[in-house]
Design a protein around this ligand. Structure first.
Ligand code: HEM
Length: 477
C-alpha cells in the first residue's frame, strides 16, 4: 500500500508530473536502469527527445533537456552536481575527488588546487614521455603488422594500452607497462569495464557504495577489480616523497601546491586526484581515437584530405604538439569524432536550485540533465545528416558558415561545460592529435569484417566492441 502511495505521489503529484516521458520513468528509476542494461542510454535518450520534445522526464526526479540553451542555463550555472557522482570516490569513500565532489563551491576549491597539474605548459613539459609511449605503440603495431595475425589486430586493445600508459606517465611519471607487456596486466582494463556497469547502477543507490566497493575492507583485502591500476597509483604517490629526482608531473605540481598551501589541500586529495585521472582519462581517449579510426574508413574523402595535410606537413618522427595543433583538417576530423561518438553517454546531471531553464521553472532538488549525444545530434546546429560522420562540416569557409561554425564550437561539449568541464582536456588533445597524425602517416588500416558496422556499449562511457583490423606499415610515395 505504501509503495502504491509512493508511485501515485511521484506520478501525479510531483512538480514535474506534467513533463512527458516513458511510463516507468514517471515514478521510478526503472527506465534509466533498463537503458543501462540495454547498453544504449545515449540512443534511447535521443529517441525519447524525438518522441516527447525538449523536456523528457527520465526518472521520477530527473528531466533530460535537449534545448541547446540548457548548456548555458544548466551546465554553465552554479547548480550542484547530482548525488550520482559520489560513486567516483575510489578506491574508497575517504578519497573524494573533483569528480565525486557534488557541492559546486567545494568542487571549484578542489579544482583550483589541482588545476596547475593540468595546464598546457605543465603537460608539455612531459611531452618526451608521451612520445615514448607513442613510439612504443608504433613499434608494437609494426611488429604485429609484420606478423599479420589471422584474427587481425585488435586496435581497441592497443589504443587502450596507449591511453592508460600516457595517463600514468603524465600523472606520476610511470607507465602501467601495458604497451611494453602487450597485455592487460591483472585484467585491470577489462575489469574497469565491469566497474563501469557497477558505477552506472550503484551511482543511483549511493548509500550502497560504502558497503560495496568503497568499503575500505575491499581495498585492505586487495579485492578491487582494477587493483593493478590502483596499486600502481598508490605506489607511485607513496614513493614520490622519497624520490628526489621526480619529474615535473602532475603529482609533483600537486605536492608543490600542498607544500605552499598546506591548509588548502589535504594529503589524500593528491591520491584522489591521481585515481580520478585513471578513471576518467584513459577509456575516454581510447573511445574517441577508435571512433575516429572507424569513421575515417567510412568517410574516405576526409581521410584523403587528412592524409594529404599530414604528408605535406613534414612532421617529426613522433609528431610534436607544436606541429600538429593547428592542422585544420586534423582538427576537423577530431571534432567530428568527438561529436559523433562522445565518450560520455549519459546526460550530465545537475540539481536545480530553483531555476527557470529554457522557459520553465524547476523547483530545488529536481535533477536536470543535458546529454552531449542529444546536443550533438541537432540538425539546426550541426547541419544536415547529423547521424553521419562528415569532417567537412567543420571546414566550411563562407561568410555565413562562420556563425554556424562558431555555434557548433560552442555546443560541442564532449568535455562537459561550466565548472565541471573536464580538467584533462589539454592532455587529451595533445595525445590524440599526435597519435592520429602518426597513425595516418605511418599506417593504413581496414576492418577485417569490411563494411560491417561496429557495436559499442554505453553504460556511462561509450565503449566500442572489438573490431579487428588489417594494419599495414605505409610506404610513402
Ligand atoms: C576524450 C577525452 C576525454 C573526454 C571526452 C572527457 C570528458 C569528461 C567529462 C564529460 C567529464 C565530466 C564533466 C561533468 O561531469 O560535468 C570529465 C571529468 C573529468 N575528467 Fe575528463 N575527459 C577526457 C579525458 C580526460 C583525461 C585525459 C583526463 C586526465 C588525465 C581526464 C580527467 C578528468 C577528471 C579528473 C574529471 C573529473 C573532474 C571534474 O569533474 O572536474 N579526462 N571528463
Amino acid at each position: 500500500m505504501a509503495l502504491l502511495g509512493v508511485v501515485v505521489r511521484r506520478r501525479y503529484f510531483s512538480p514535474i508530473s506534467d513533463i512527458p516521458g516513458p511510463f516507468w520513468a514517471s515514478f521510478s528509476l526503472l527506465w534509466q536502469l533498463h537503458k543501462i542494461f540495454t547498453k544504449h542510454t545515449e540512443r534511447d535518450t535521443i529517441n525519447a527527445h524525438k518522441k516527447w520534445g525538449k523536456f523528457v522526464r527520465i526518472s521520477h526526479n530527473e528531466v533530460s533537456i535537449s534545448d541547446p540553451d540548457a548548456v548555458r542555463e544548466v551546465l554553465q550555472s552554479q547548480m550542484d552536481k547530482a548525488d550520482w557522482y559520489k560513486i567516483f570516490s575510489l578506491p574508497d569513500s575517504r578519497y573524494v575527488n573533483t569528480m565525486s565532489e557534488t557541492d559546486h563551491k567545494e568542487m571549484v576549491r578542489r579544482t583550483r588546487n589541482v588545476a596547475v597539474g593540468y595546464s598546457l605548459s605543465n603537460i608539455l613539459k612531459g611531452e618526451p614521455h608521451i612520445d615514448g609511449c607513442i613510439s612504443l605503440f608504433r613499434e608494437q603495431l609494426t611488429r604485429l603488422a609484420k606478423l599479420a595475425p589471422a584474427g587481425g589486430i585488435h586496435l581497441d586493445k592497443w589504443v587502450n594500452y596507449l591511453a592508460f600508459d600516457i595517463v600514468g606517465e603524465s600523472t606520476f611519471s610511470k607507465s602501467f607497462g601495458f604497451l611494453d607487456s602487450g597485455c592487460d596486466i591483472g585484467n585491470s582494463i577489462s575489469n574497469q569495464f565491469k566497474l563501469r556497469l557497477y558505477i552506472a547502477i550503484i551511482g543511483h543507490y549511493n548509500y550502497m557504495h560504502d558497503y560495496l566497493l568503497a568499503n575500505p575492507l575491499i581495498a585492505y583485502f586487495n579485492l578491487q577489480p582494477s587493483m593493478h591500476i590502483f596499486d600502481t597509483c598508490l605506489a607511485a604517490v607513496e614513493t614520490r616523497s622519497k624520490n628526489t629526482e621526480a619529474r615535473n608531473d602532475m603529482i609533483e605540481q600537486w605536492q608543490a601546491q600542498r607544500r605552499a598551501h598546506p591548509d588548502r589541500m589535504a594529503e589524500n586529495e593528491v591520491l584522489a586526484a591521481a585515481v580520478a585521472n585513471m578513471g576518467a582519462g584513459a577509456d575516454t581517449v581510447s573511445s574517441v581515437l577508435q571512433a575516429l579510426f572507424y569513421h575515417l574508413l567510412r568517410d574516405q574523402e576526409s581521410l584523403k584530405l587528412l592524409r594529404e595535410e599530414i604528408d605535406n606537413a613534414n612532421l617529426s618522427d613522433i609528431p610534436s604538439y607544436a606541429e600538429v595543433r593547428e592542422l585544420p583538417i586534423l582538427a576537423a576530423c577530431l571534432k567530428e569524432a568527438f561529436r559523433i561518438h562522445t565518450p560520455v553517454g549519459f546526460g550530465i546531471p545537475r540539481v536545480s536550485n530553483g531555476a527557470t531553464v529554457c522557459g520553465r521553472y524547476f523547483p530545488p532538488g529536481v535533477i536536470l540533465s543535458v546529454s552531449p549525444w542529444v546536443i550533438h545530434r541537432q540538425e539546426s546546429i550541426f547541419g544536415p545528416d547529423p547521424e553521419s560522420y562528415n569532417a567537412r562540416r567543420w571546414l566550411a569557409t563562407g561568410k555565413e558558415d562562420e556563425a554556424r561554425t562558431a555555434a557548433m564550437e560552442r555546443l560541442l561539449i564532449p568535455f562537459g561545460s561550466g565548472y565541471g568541464t573536464c580538467p584533462g582536456k589539454n592532455l587529451a588533445h595533445i595525445e590524440m592529435l599526435k597519435t592520429v597524425s602518426l597513425v595516418v602517416r605511418d599506417f593504413t588500416w581496414k576492418q577485417i569484417r569490411e563494411g560491417e558496422d561496429w557495436e559499442f556499449e554505453t553504460y556511462f562511457t561509450s565503449v566500442p566492441h572489438d573490431w579487428p583490423v588489417i594494419l599495414e606499415r605505409r610506404v610513402r610515395t
